[in-house]
Ligand binder design. Structure first.
Ligand code: FES
Length: 138
């Protein structure tokens, strides 16, 4: 199977992979319960959360699992509905905006699209929907 790289357009998209470098089929993520945050290897190998929405689709916004304080990775806490960094206690809302410092900035986001059974991840270069401003990583 040839990855549909031509469908990613400009901007250096990749196909979501697991930690072993194998492409993850969209159907595997879609089989998860709504509310799931599924960790995949994203752009530049950054661990990235894909979100299964309540309607069973994959959210078009993925959240990069790298704390904006000092770069730790962090889990999703479904009970608190927050990403919670174990290193120094930063907390983030579901959209990646900061709920509690010391994190200085919202989490980086990426664009996620399902094409056939592939999950394409491309850089987010539009305005940051959380701030309405140019993203800090662009
Ligand atoms: Fe996450 Fe410091 S690295 S709070």
């Amino acid at each position: 199977l040839v990855p549909p790289a031509e469908k990613t357009g400009a901007g250096g998209g990749i196909i979501a992979k697991d930690v072993l470098g194998n492409a993850i089929p969209a159907s595997q993520i879609l089989a998860e319960a709504p509310g799931t945050r599924a960790l995949v290897a994203g752009l530049a190998g950054d661990p990235t959360y894909l979100i299964v929405k309540e309607d069973g689709s994959i959210d078009s916004i993925g959240i990069v699992d790298v704390c904006t304080h000092l770069g730790c990775t962090f889990p999703w806490n479904g009970n608190d509905q927050e990403f919670q960094c174990p290193c120094h206690g930063s907390r983030y809302h579901p959209d990646g905006s900061v709920a509690r410092g010391p994190a200085p900035l919202p989490l980086k986001i990426v664009q996620v699209a399902v094409v056939d059974d592939h999950i394409l991840i491309t850089p987010w270069t539009a305005l940051d929907p959380r701030t309405g401003e140019k993203p800090w990583w662009v």
